[in-house]
Design a protein around this ligand. Structure first.
Ligand code: ATP
Ligand code: MN
Length: 478
């Protein structure tokens, strides 16, 4: 038997009682019992469930059993028997236990009591061992796999966009600089500015805010492509929806217009949510209970209107509402609601506006399209009215914007003019502009924020709790 074919606790829990000797390794979640017997709940992260290891104390060294504390790692050997206890069908009766790693009970911070999510962020190195983070990480993995599967099954090619970029024109947010210059004493040019010609790349470099521009280049050759990589935004926004480093999925498709793009976005999101329901049932059940416990402390209007699993099902079963920005503005104006930020044609919608539309007015996901051109990026296709562009944002309950996308401007003259109007440094985009001169075609794409998807699917409230090691302002410990 190779190490890889060794059963995991998830497998043991599904197997039948047997006289065969098996060995189970994992971390102790809890130990209870009396002077005759010890019951150890063991987890190896393969499932939200633990397996119960039963040790008859007449056959074990007392000192060994004393050393088995919450957080320690053990290997238990014995036979699988049907369990008398409630909540599990199989348990291990141990005849040998080896302690792989002790965990000092005085110091181990994850004793078996409820810990706040804030506290768990301070021990991000250990939080994967909690039920909540185990569940989140398994769902996160399943979603990542499902994304690749969705695209592969539909003949999209995965493109690896670069992480270091030389263009600062993407306009999606503030960028992090990448340099090997001595920041304390950088070389200067004659004008006294930092001389980036002496820097590693011979020019200014940044971490990418989006893989879109490169994704477009590939789509204009392979027709259907997508990227799935880390992106970086140096915005100092300390919200529950923003990270400085997050993962984005960006499909880009040649011969797709805005409607095709919306169809893809809706189908994609429904597929992913359905995948979670089908493959992560135990974890979602746990997360639903967790959310309900957490929300029982909250005011009624702050609670989710549906339990997690029902909420996920409702998204799959319904159709997304599709309205234009202009229609959305008039709904908001007619709502009679006092918003903190002003509502009038031309303003960028704030999350309070988005959430009103999704949670109060339509009570389902909404795709908003055809935004004013002045609040959107230079590359979006201009509408005939000269005022709006073929942008689309998908808004989700409890989240706000989960996807932002558009049909791209494929006409060279229009794109070129917009770059100049917006004061964008066109030299750094010569290669992008050239695609509009050589075999340009209509094309569209969007960006799905991976962590926003995970927030929605897990029902977690803070984006810091759906990525293993969050990067946010003043937070770079782990
Ligand atoms: P927002 O208005 O919410 O700040 P954005 O309009 O700046 O987002 P886009 O540039 O359209 O976002 O990025 C595409 C998607 O990436 C968004 O729809 C969102 O899901 C996600 N996203 C954007 N910024 C962040 C961030 N800082 N942290 C996590 N996800 C983000
Ligand atoms: Mn956006």
């Amino acid at each position: 038997m190779t190490a890889l074919s060794k059963n995991r606790i998830a497998d043991f829990l599904k197997s039948e009682p047997s006289d065969a000797l098996v060995s189970i390794s994992g971390w102790v979640r809890s130990k209870r019992g009396n002077k005759d017997v010890a019951f150890i709940a063991l987890s190896d992260g393969s499932t939200i469930k633990t397996i119960q290891v039963v040790a008859d104390l007449t056959s074990f060294n007392e000192e060994l059993i004393r050393q088995i504390t919450t957080g320690s790692a053990i290997e238990a050997k014995g036979k699988l028997v049907s369990s008398q206890g409630a909540g599990q069908s199989i348990e291990l009766v141990a005849n040998e236990i080896i302690i792989l790693g002790e965990a000092d009970a005085e110091k181990y911070p994850l004793q078996k009591k409820k810990h706040s999510l804030e506290f768990l962020r301070e021990i991000a190195h250990l939080r994967p061992r909690t039920n909540t983070f185990g569940a989140v990480l398994r769902v996160r993995h399943a979603m990542s796999f499902a994304i690749h599967k969705y695209f592969n099954d539909r003949h999209f090619y995965n493109i690896h966009a670069p992480i270091i970029t030389g263009s600062d024109a993407e306009g999606a947010g503030e960028m992090f600089k990448v340099t090997t210059l001595n920041v304390g004493n950088p070389p200067r040019n004659e004008a006294g500015d930092v001389d980036y010609e002496k820097d590693f790349f011979g020019k200014e470099a940044n971490l990418t805010v989006s893989g879109q521009l490169e994704s477009e280049l590939a789509a204009l050759a392979l027709s259907r492509v997508y990227t799935f990589g880390p992106t970086f935004r140096a915005e100092n926004s300390n919200t529950t929806r923003h990270l400085a480093e997050f993962w984005m999925i960006e499909p880009e498709i040649a011969f797709f217009d805005l409607n095709d793009n919306m169809d893809l976005a809706e189908d994609f999101l429904k597929y992913l949510i359905n995948y979670a329901l089908e493959h992560c049932a135990d974890d979602l059940e746990f997360l639903e209970k967790r959310q309900q416990e957490e929300e029982s402390q909250m005011k009624k209007e702050e609670r989710s209107s549906l339990p997690l699993i029902e909420k996920l099902k409702s998204v799959i079963e319904g159709t997304f509402e599709r309205i234009t920005y202009t229609e959305a503005i008039s709904i908001l104006e007619r709502s009679g609601k006092k918003f903190e930020y002003e509502v009038k044609w031309g303003v960028d919608l704030q999350s309070e506006h988005e959430r009103y539309l999704v949670e109060k007015h339509f009570k389902k996901p909404v795709i908003l399209s055809n935004y004013p051109k002045d609040i959107k990026a230079f590359y979006m296709k201009q509408d005939k009215d000269g005022k709006t562009v073929r942008a689309m944002d998908v808004l989700f309950p409890g989240i706000g914007e989960i996807i932002g996308g558009s049909q791209r401007e494929e006409v060279y003259e229009k794109l070129s003019q917009r770059i100049d109007e917006m004061g964008i440094h066109r030299e750094s985009l010569w290669w992008y502009l050239e695609t509009r001169q050589f075999g340009t075609v209509p094309h569209s794409g969007f960006g799905l924020g991976f962590e926003r998807l995970i927030l929605f699917v897990t029902g977690m409230g803070n984006i810091r709790d759906v990525i293993p090691f969050p990067r946010t302002p003043k937070n770079l410990e782990f």
